[in-house]
Write a protein that binds this ligand. Structure first.
Ligand code: GTP
Ligand code: MG
Length: 340
């Protein structure tokens, strides 16, 4: 019966179809044949943007969103018309787009060199390492640095100061630490703290909702950096066992896609912190690797592995990057922040 109702809903709305161009503002609620009930089903199944639907086949969408196959087919056709499936860009266009990318300084020359100048906007950078390796310190330092003017390696515009958002899952944001680091850079600590926006994420669903909150905030202020520390702990704690893995990865994938979009739209740095798991079968090298699987490694353009070394030093290793060689840089965490 539910199915019948749904078909009716489709029929009713079918007449409202107008000629739609490829306007990126469209959402699944604008799809022909999708009323609130169907939209809800699609969202529940994780299909909350047009592109996600456009690339499906009807049988799979029907199965996953619990819709009729005919309905799915129509929805997919609608999504294909409305989503900007995009085409090919020339290398020159891509180069032009790349010119907008800014590089945020870490404040350590060796790390900036490792990264070809600094942390890039419009992409996700993953920091991973064991507890105490410096991920949270790193995120605090980058947040402070983002407040610096562009000409000093920061992301602040003269007339439009940078704002940084922290999605904090582990309750490790420390305003005192931001103040210390800001003072060390000659910045006004309270002014900097005002431009740090922090939300404690209580579970993975909340964590994902907070991305929407950043999106909303970004219409009024210059969002230049988003930190998610840590990106996976809630997902790991909530989705336990093999049976939950596919579901977890699907949600995580959506979360990362939304973060990537935020970085693109705002020309901002997205920094995600990730844990490591022990890899007891490793015969040599460091017996740890990042958790989260391919979803996280593919979503992150840059992956940096942090580890502790002798005499309080720490090593940052660039593990993966689209255009830079692998390499390492040594740094320390001191009162003033990160240093060479
Ligand atoms: P987890 O979140 O537990 O996985 O660790 P993490 O990788 O986030 O580590 P974090 O960035 O919290 O690093 C903690 C380390 O930074 C501490 O063990 C200290 O060695 C160092 N640290 C933190 N604050 C200060 C400080 O004010 N002065 C100095 N000298 N070191 C500090
Ligand atoms: Mg931490």
């Amino acid at each position: 019966m539910a199915k019948k109702k749904e078909e009716e809903e489709v029929e009713e709305q079918e007449e409202l179809v107008v000629n739609v161009g490829d306007d990126p503002e469209y959402t699944i609620d604008d799809l022909p044949g999708v009323g609130p009930a169907t939209a809800e089903k699609l969202r529940e199944a994780g299909f909350d943007d047009l592109m996600a639907i456009a690339v499906m086949n009807p049988a799979d969408l029907a199965d996953q969103a619990e819709l009729g196959e005919a309905v799915s087919s129509r929805i997919i056709n609608g999504a294909r018309k409305m989503a900007s499936i995009g085409g090919f860009l020339s290398g020159i266009d891509i180069l032009e787009k790349r010119r907008e990318v800014l590089k945020l300084t870490s404040g350590c020359q060796s790390i900036d060199e490792l990264l070809g100048g600094g942390f890039e906007t419009k992409s996700i950078t993953e920091l991973y390492g064991e507890f105490g390796s410096g991920k949270t310190q790193f995120s605090h330092q980058l947040a402070v640095n983002a407040m610096l003017p562009l000409k000093e390696g920061g992301l602040s515009d003269e007339n439009d100061p940078a704002h940084v958002f922290f999605i904090d899952t582990e309750d490790t944001f420390r305003p005192e630490r931001i103040r210390q680091m800001a003072a060390a850079k000659g910045l006004n600590p309270d002014e900097i703290l005002k431009r740090c926006h922090v939300a404690r994420a209580y579970n993975s669903a909340h964590q994902m909702l907070l991305v929407d909150e950043v999106k909303k905030a970004a219409s009024g202020i210059n969002v230049k950096m988003i930190v998610v520390d840590s990106v996976i702990s809630h997902f790991r704690a909530e989705f336990i066992g093999r049976g939950m893995l596919a579901n977890r990865q699907q949600k995580l994938n959506r979360h990362l896609k939304e973060l990537k979009q935020l970085s693109d739209v705002n020309n901002a740095v997205v920094l995600i912190c990730n844990q490591v798991m022990s890899k007891p079968d490793a015969m040599w090298g460091d017996p740890t690797k990042a958790v989260g699987g391919h979803i996280i490694s593919h979503a992150s353009a840059f992956r940096i592995y942090l580890r502790k070394a002798k005499a309080g030093r720490r090593i940052a290793r660039l593990v993966d990057s689209p255009n830079l060689p692998e390499g390492e840089a040594v740094f320390s965490v001191v009162e003033d922040g990160l240093t060479d």
